[in-house]
Each structure stands twice: as C-alpha cells, then as structure tokens.
Design a protein around this ligand. Structure first.
Ligand SMILES: Nc1ncnc2c1ncn2[C@@H]1O[C@H](COP(=O)(O)OP(=O)(O)OP(=O)(O)O)[C@@H](O)[C@H]1O
Ligand SMILES: [Mg+2]
Length: 339
C-alpha cells in the first residue's frame, strides 16, 4: 500500500503550481536539470519528517512569492498541509494545526542522493550528520539525547572561551555533557552493531563474492561516570584549546572492507555496493524499529549506478513505495510523470 498518494505544491522552490499523483508503488519523475525534481522529494520529506533535507523555508519559498503551501495526501485519507508565509510555518494534519510536525505523525524515509555514494571518503562531520539523521529516525530518544547534548556542549564551549573560567564553573555543564553524551555514544554503538549484523550479508548479495565489510565507530564508548572523569581531567587542555576535546561531536565512522579501511583500499564499485547495502539495511532496520515501512526516495541515483546495481536497487525495494527522480527514463520502468 502506498503511503504518499498525492503531492500538491504552490510556490515551492521553482514550482508555482505542481501536482503529482502516485497511484503506483513506483513513481518516476523525469525532467531536465533544474526542472524541480529534487524539490518535489524535498516537499515529501518535509511532510513525512517535519523538516527539509536541504534548506530552510526562506530558501524554499519561490522567489517573489508571498507564501508557499505543500499539501501531501497520505494513506488512510490523511492529509498534511505545510504553510509558510515568509515568517511563520505551520503544519496542519487532518485539520489540526501545529508549529512542528508531531512525532507520532512522522514517517520513516530512506533518502538516497548521489552525494551518499561519497560518504566513505567524505568528511567526519558529514558522516556524523548522516548517521545522526538515521539514528534519529530509528529512535526519537536518540534525537532528544543528541539535542540536549549539543545544547550542553555549546554552553560548555562558550564558557571555555572565557578567560577566567574555573573548573567549578564547568561542573554543571560537565554533568549534562556526561549524561547525554554517554547516552548518545551508547545508542550510536548499539545502532552500528545492528547495521554490522547485516552489512556483509547484504553486500555479498549485491557483489556476489566472499568479501566482507563493516562499520567501525571511531570513538570511545564510556559510561557517564568515566565520561565525567575525562571531562574533569581535560579541563586545562580544553581551556587551552577553547573547546571540548572529548565527546561524540569529535567521533567518526569508518567503513572497513576486507578488514582494511575502505577509503583507499576498496574500489569505486565496491564502495558503491557497500553504500547500496547500507541503504537496504536502513530500510529494514527502520521498518523493524519504527514499525512502519519507510518510503524510499531515490534522487537521481540511477545515472550513478551500472545496470546490475540498478536492478538490485529496484528488486530490493520492490515491497516499498519508491519515488524516483531521473533526467532520463530508465528502461525498466514506465514513466508516470514528466515535468
Ligand atoms: N526559492 C526558489 N525560487 C525559485 N526557484 C528556485 C528556488 N529555489 C531553487 N530554485 C530553482 O529551482 C530549480 C529546481 O531545483 P531542483 O533542485 O528541484 O531541480 P532538479 O530537477 O532536481 O535539478 P537537477 O536535475 O539538476 O538535480 C533550480 O533551477 C533552482 O535554481
Ligand atoms: Mg535534483
């Protein structure tokens, strides 16, 4: 059964008016560069997750327009309407208005963008953001702990920049950082273990060989007490640096291929297969943990994959609703919508 049934946009990025029906399990949106394909996925993501994956409302509002409106019709006659008038945004779900999309109304999404294919060799902060986003989808508790950690960390860092800061001044922020930081660390390691359980098996089903792959957490999982001790021990160093040198905000994720760091040892094709495997696993884990089958948004991904990987992608997601954008219609699917 489809989750997203219809997308109706007004003044959303380059679209003054745009309507898309999604009657089939797979919807293909074909259009030239700059015709507004990614923007349609952005609107769907906004309705399902409550935020955009690429910009803020000011950027989304069509140049020169006074408001935008995105109405997304979902299964069971549910309707999400997002309005923005240049300063205020609201979500309306079946007639009920709120400033944010309520957590219970959120729906899991697997978004696959060409940029994801470069995750293995990109910056630590990009990888942290990537997994933070995924883990937040898996559990609201991760998102809540991360938000509180970031808030406490900012306060601690602000104090560290002051000239006369003492260890006592930091105490209450150390407590908060240790409490939420330890929770973030624990949940990251726990989620990574779930991914690792499935990674090699999924990779092999794509690559059809005996290679192995894994994701390693580059950071130390510590309990709250040890965390607190580390922060206290680091006092002088952190004052000198002007920021907190320990914590999940500094950690990274390493892709490992046949027991070696994948970046630098695995081929481009092998890395692509690893990311493909990761996407399949995301869908499986989200479905299991959230209890809802995610919607799969594939933004311009086909041109990046060879035919066998394209087929694998379609096969693996055949039980999911897929909304796919492309500049050219892949042979294997019928075109539903031309921009
Ligand atoms: N607020 C805005 N008002 C008007 N136009 C905008 C706004 N924001 C973005 N655009 C333009 O909208 C167009 C559509 O962008 P979008 O990324 O959705 O296109 P696309 O079809 O995905 O392109 P590509 O194939 O290159 O990925 C772009 O030309 C962009 O410059
Ligand atoms: Mg695009």
């Amino acid at each position: 059964m489809n989750i997203v049934e219809r997308v109706d946009l007004r003044n959303f990025r380059c679209h003054d008016e745009f309507l898309l029906d999604c009657p089939q399990a797979t919807t293909l949106i074909v259009g030239e560069n700059g015709s507004g394909k990614t923007s349609v996925l952005e609107a769907i993501y906004l309705a399902l997750r409550g935020k955009s994956f690429k910009g803020v409302d000011r950027e989304i509002l069509r140049r020169g327009a006074e408001f935008y409106r995105a109405e997304i019709s979902l299964a069971d006659s549910k309707k999400v309407i997002i309005r923005y008038d240049g300063s205020k945004k609201s979500f309306e779900i079946d007639g009920k208005k709120s400033l944010r999309l309520p957590k219970r109304e959120r729906y899991p999404v697997v978004l696959f963008e060409p940029d994801d294919l470069y995750l293995v060799g990109s910056s630590p902060s990009r990888r942290r953001d990537y997994f933070d986003e995924l883990f937040q989808q898996i559990s609201d508790l991760y998102g809540a702990a991360l938000a509180k950690y970031k808030k406490a960390l900012k306060q601690r860092n602000d104090l560290l920049k002051e000239e006369t800061v003492s260890a006592d001044d930091l105490f209450s922020w150390n407590v908060m950082c240790a409490h939420y930081g330890a929770e973030v660390l624990h949940r990251r390691v726990e989620n990574l273990a779930k991914i690792n359980e499935l990674l090699t098996e999924n990779y092999r089903s794509i690559a059809k060989n005996e290679d192995t792959c894994a994701l390693h957490y580059l950071g130390e999982e510590v309990d709250e007490n040890t965390y607190m001790q580390i922060l206290e021990r680091n006092f002088e160093r952190d004052v000198y640096l002007g920021h907190s040198s320990f914590g999940p905000h500094r950690d990274d994720y390493e892709f490992v291929f046949n027991d070696k760091k994948a970046d630098g040892s695995a081929s481009r094709g092998e890395i692509r297969s690893m990311i493909l495997a990761l996407k399949f696993i995301e869908a499986r884990i989200l479905e299991k943990e959230v209890g809802k089958r995610p919607v799969v948004l594939l933004d311009d991904i086909f041109s990046e994959l060879d035919e066998s990987r394209q087929r694998h992608l379609v096969d693996n997601f055949k039980d999911y609703q897929m909304i796919i954008t492309s500049t050219a219609a892949p042979d294997m699917m019928a075109v539903n919508k031309e921009l």
